[in-house]
Ligand binder design. Structure first.
Ligand SMILES: O=C(O)[C@H](O)COP(=O)(O)O
Length: 232
């Protein structure tokens, strides 16, 4: 039996400030580092050790992974960083306060932007400093690969090919894999793994620093799924 653990990063500075973040690269708060440490300790207590780890190219997920692996004494682990595991791009909402945006546009509209399956937020202008075309870490990508906004559906369109082409071959050849990522890239993976319809995925919320375990057979069929804290 294989184990796949999905871990959302600990609290970030913009989570704390209640700002739309998406692809903006903000670090963890002290609380976020503590959440990452607690997640690592929880995995340690349950005897989890990994053969490989994946993360995004955003420091809140990378640092959560580092802290978790440090607790597991597995800092030596091979790690693959992939932009495809980034948070969904929040478009023109990036940097705005979520409560203030709800006051301005209405709570219902903000809920649609945050949780509808296929309604993306308004797109960023190309000259916005938040546009990924200005960020050297994406210099190797084609212009059409750089989002100016993303719905969950569009996020899935880049997460799923990466899952199939990169993660599935790795997972097929090992026992235990850790993915440290983001609320919506993890929701995209969950939609695929649990075969949820577009309606059901809208209700799925992912907490920070809360390891979610999938037990899989050799063909990567899901045998069981649980939050590790439930078994603590
Ligand atoms: O990018 C963000 O702002 C958060 O990490 C996730 O936001 P959400 O809860 O609005 O999906």
């Amino acid at each position: 039996m294989k184990k796949l653990v999905l871990l959302r990063h600990g609290q970030s500075i913009w989570n704390q400030e209640n700002r739309f973040t998406g692809w903006h690269d903000v670090d963890l708060t002290d609380k976020g580092r503590e959440e990452a440490r607690a997640a690592g300790q929880l995995m340690l207590r349950h005897g989890l050790r990994f053969d490989h780890a994946y993360t995004s190219v955003l420091k809140r997920a990378i640092r959560t992974l580092w802290i978790g692996l440090d607790e597991l004494d597995q800092m030596w682990l091979p790690v693959t960083k992939a932009w495809q595991l980034n948070e969904r791009h929040y478009g023109a909402l990036t940097g705005l306060n979520k409560a203030e945006t709800a006051e301005e546009y209405g709570a219902e509209q903000v809920h649609i932007w945050r949780r509808s399956y296929d309604t993306p937020p308004p797109a960023l202008e190309e000259d916005s400093p938040y546009h990924p075309k200005h960020d050297p870490r994406y210099a190797g990508l084609q212009p059409e690969q750089l989002p100016a906004t993303e719905s969950l559906a569009l996020t899935l369109e880049r997460v799923l090919p990466y899952w199939n082409e990169a993660i599935v071959p790795t997972l097929s050849g090992c026992d235990n894999l850790l993915i440290a990522a983001h609320g919506n890239s993890i929701r995209a993976l969950i939609k695929h793994l649990d075969q949820l319809d577009n309606e059901s995925i809208m209700k799925v919320e992912i907490a920070t620093g809360d390891p979610l375990v999938y037990e899989l057979d050799d063909a990567l069929n899901v045998l069981d799924k649980y939050y590790l804290r439930e078994r603590d």
